[in-house]
Design a protein around this ligand. Sequence first.
Ligand SMILES: Cc1ncc(COP(=O)(O)O)c(C=O)c1O
Length: 342
Amino acid sequence: MSAASSIDLRSDTVTKPTAGMRRAMADADVGDDVYGEDPTVLRLQERAAELTGRERALFVPSGTMANQVSLLVHCERGDEVIVGEGTHCNWYESGAGPAWAGVQFAVIPGDGLYSPDQARAAAKPVSYHFPRTRLVVIENTHNRSGGRIWPQDDVRRVAEWARGSGIAVHLDGARIFNAAVASGCSVRELVAPTDTVSFCFSKGLGAPVGSVLCGPADLMVRAHRYRKMLGGGMRQAGVLAAAALYALEHHVERLADDHANARAMAEAMEGAPGIASVVPPETNILMVDLVSRTGTDMVDRLRAAGVLVNAVGPRRLRLVTHMDVDRDAVLLAARRIREVAA
Ligand SMILES: Cc1ncc(COP(=O)(O)O)c(C=O)c1O
């Protein structure tokens, strides 16, 4: 069965721009953004800075580039970055952090979320013998642990400790709007304790391309330079910024539907034969553990049955709800998963 005719739960990145979003893209006022002359990009950057309570924001092609630019602005070669297990910049960025920024990662084992005590224990003593611990990365929501939301008190305490130790905090908020909608806190509140924050328009918000990195003006001047060095300068990028602005206006509150659909799927699969457990979803990512089938075997069988999912462990599947799958589609997918798992 083709991807187009399947129920695609591999990621919330698979959404296609809606008719309204396409119209906004077609009508966008544009200019050359490498010259800083694209009015729609400038408007998007102002809006992102306002939403996150930062002095400036920079539009970049991807969440990966936003993370890489943040490593470059905060760290020097040989520095160390504290991350939770499974964090995107350590796990899914093809080794870019060590390759381009020259940093190494101190990985805190566990589910991707960590306590202030664990962060403190992961930091190296200050000495020329050791890498300089320069940055901690908080990923909220945390993708690989199943879209989990960081307890805000932990974000605050990790940031307090870091600041007191001369360590910066970057928040990879690729899905921070999911965290905001699910927790009832504003994005501004959630990111307030951190130094820089990035978020993506191309995930649950449904835009085709784009992320932003937000932070204080001095760091963002350097970020702008690093974006250029990495080849992230885009010319008439207003067509993309228009999609992002449209997403901010129309696609934030509806994330609650994705969360409700993930919960409905979880309920429909819990306790079914062949399914060992379903991790209760906090947002739009659902982890399903299998009794005996391997993840890759399930992926192949489900593909043939018209359901696309990813395996993220030997017996673990990841299902992601998004704006292109409605309640009927997710319940049909849950039924097929139950049948194949059994
Ligand atoms: C938490 C997190 N950060 C960063 C990214 C990278 O985004 P992109 O695919 O736009 O590079 C992703 C992508 O899934 C993600 O889940």
